[in-house]
Design a protein around this ligand. Structure first.
Ligand SMILES: [Fe+2]
Ligand SMILES: [Fe+2]
Length: 267
């Protein structure tokens, strides 16, 4: 099974640049084009939040139009830049198949890897949260298929990744979430976005990974002292390749202008 993950697309209204400088619409078109020509074709695409930059309807409509060019199914979950209700109005019933009470949580059950989308957002706040209601939903879903290889996807990573913006924003309920995760060895991975950098971290017996954004990279400052800053970067995304023998292997793809390919035999 091949799963593509796009994250933090931060789409603004058509024809505009995000933060005034980042060509996210053009970048998304490039990423969608790249995914559409992959062999083998991904089974589906997960878009892990910050679909819009300001949570407006115009932005969500633009994002839906651009993502609609993908030639495989795609699924979205909200990030801190999104408005849950706006997202639901635009993507509900298809790219967000269901909504569990107040939150956009859902399961995609028809593949080799079971996919659980979690809504980790807090209204009018930047940080993440999995509250008691969301965790009770998750526990019920996990208990129904405890032996099925499972991937959880959500916007906020439940770990501190050494990126000042998100580490300060925090993640409420991370310990309670970890206690549930620990009970289910079927959780192959928790894939997230939010920090606009590719990272991997151990978390309660599984691995948390984060995908790059499609063009806005956050400055990495392991001293955690600098003012936050960003760079315009080549669009990137991740491919999570599942086989029963190798489990889940992740490739980070950057659409930079690399030279090649060169054949080793000729060099
Ligand atoms: Fe973001
Ligand atoms: Fe975010």
């Amino acid at each position: 099974m091949l799963i593509a993950q796009i994250s933090d697309i931060h789409i603004v209204k058509m024809g505009s640049k995000t933060l005034g400088v980042a060509p996210m619409e053009a970048n998304l078109k490039q990423v969608v084009g790249h995914i559409n020509q992959l062999v083998p074709r991904p089974d589906l695409v997960l878009v892990t939040g910050d679909i819009t930059d300001h949570g407006t309807k115009d932005e969500a409509v633009n994002a839906a139009q651009l993502l609609g060019q993908l030639n495989c199914p795609f699924y979205v979950i909200p990030g801190n830049h999104d408005d849950r209700n706006v997202l639901w109005a635009e993507f509900g019933g298809s790219a967000c198949p269901i909504r569990s009470s107040n939150f956009i949580n859902y399961v995609i059950d028809e593949h080799e890897v079971r996919l659980i989308g979690m809504d980790s957002t807090i209204e009018n706040a930047q940080g993440g949260e999995l509250c008691a209601e969301r965790l009770a939903w998750l526990e019920e879903i996990l208990a129904a298929e405890p032996d099925h290889p499972t991937l959880i996807f959500m916007h906020h990573p439940p770990v501190k990744c050494g990126v000042i913006e998100s580490d300060l924003d925090g993640f409420l309920g991370a310990d309670a979430f970890g206690a549930i995760v620990e009970d289910y060895s079927c959780i192959e991975r928790i894939v997230c976005g939010h920090i606009h950098l590719p990272t991997f971290a151990r978390f309660h017996g599984t691995i948390v990974s984060t995908a790059p954004s499609i063009g806005i990279r956050l400055g990495l400052d392991l001293t955690m002292k600098k003012e936050s800053e960003f760079f315009l970067d080549a669009p990137g995304y991740q491919l999570h390749h599942w086989t029963r023998y190798n489990n889940l292997i992740t490739h980070t793809i950057s659409l930079n202008d690399a030279e090649g390919p060169f054949a080793y035999e000729e060099h």
